[in-house]
Design a protein around this ligand. Structure first.
Ligand SMILES: C[S@@+](CC[C@H](N)C(=O)[O-])C[C@H]1O[C@@H](n2cnc3c(N)ncnc32)[C@H](O)[C@@H]1O
Length: 232
């Protein structure tokens, strides 16, 4: 059983009214999950609760100090484009925009302005300032699921989509915004799952102050005995 087995994002406070307002105000494109996607989401949520990682995926440590990565099991079927893989889970918070993202944080909403009451509720230790901007973060540093082990590539096979989980018959908690990883390019057995960390703001690697290691889905692959092999 893996340590990271939080199926979906969690939040200490009720952020729903602010998030719903901001999605409308900023005209953020949020895709409502279809019935089939709700079913796929429900399945992966149950697997994460039971064992952390589905059987068709393998987590392995990479060379070059890259930490771990997630691979498609070499004995399983390819993953078609459009397949729902996993929600990016973690602790969801609205924090001052100047806070650094951190290595495991996702920022679904980059700029939020709060009312006096909302600032007092979310950021009570500081005096109200109408122009202070906030961001919505989902941070998987302490708690999360295997999505936190998906590495970065500029030629990814996974894309992060902003989704709405509607009221549904699967018992899934409804949510106005959830970051969900989908297959964007067919994934072959043994390949690594990779997503591009840079959104419109292109700031992940600037904040890190390093250049990412150039990886494609086949730079490292899993052999049939589940060992890492490097592309020649
Ligand atoms: C969300 S984590 C990904 C999982 C990470 N490998 C681990 O084992 O925890 C993000 C961190 O992984 C590393 N990383 C991911 N993709 C990388 C890449 N293409 N080049 C260099 N480091 C990468 C960086 O340290 C980055 O801050």
């Amino acid at each position: 059983m893996m340590k990271y087995n939080l199926p979906r994002q969690v939040s200490r406070l009720d952020l729903k009214p602010i998030i719903e307002r901001e999605i409308k105000k900023q005209e953020i494109a949020v895709m409502t999950l279809t019935k089939k996607q709700q079913e796929e989401l429900n399945t992966i949520v149950e697997v994460i609760e039971a064992k952390g990682l589905p059987e068709y995926l393998i987590r392995r440590k990479l060379p070059h100090n890259l930490g771990h990565g997630i691979f498609l099991h070499p004995g399983k079927d390819p993953l078609p484009r459009g397949r729902l893989i996993v929600p990016y889970s973690g602790e969801k918070e609205i924090v001052p925009a100047e806070y650094e993202g951190g290595h495991y944080a996702f920022t679904p909403l980059e700029k939020i302005y709060l009312s006096r009451e909302e600032q007092a509720f979310l950021d009570p230790t500081i005096a109200y300032k109408a122009r202070r901007s906030y961001t919505l973060k989902v941070d998987a540093l302490q708690r999360g699921n295997f999505a936190r082990f998906v590495n970065h590539s500029s030629t990814p096979n996974i894309e992060a989509r902003l989704c709405r989980v509607p009221k549904n018959s699967f018992g899934l908690r409804a949510s106005p915004i959830e970051v969900i990883y989908f297959v964007s390019k067919r994934i072959l057995p043994g390949q690594q799952l990779l997503v591009c960390y840079e959104g419109e703001e292109n700031c992940y690697w600037n904040e890190e102050g390093i250049k990412p290691f150039p990886m494609t889905p086949s730079t490292f692959q899993l052999s049939s005995d589940l060992k890492i092999i490097s592309e020649k």
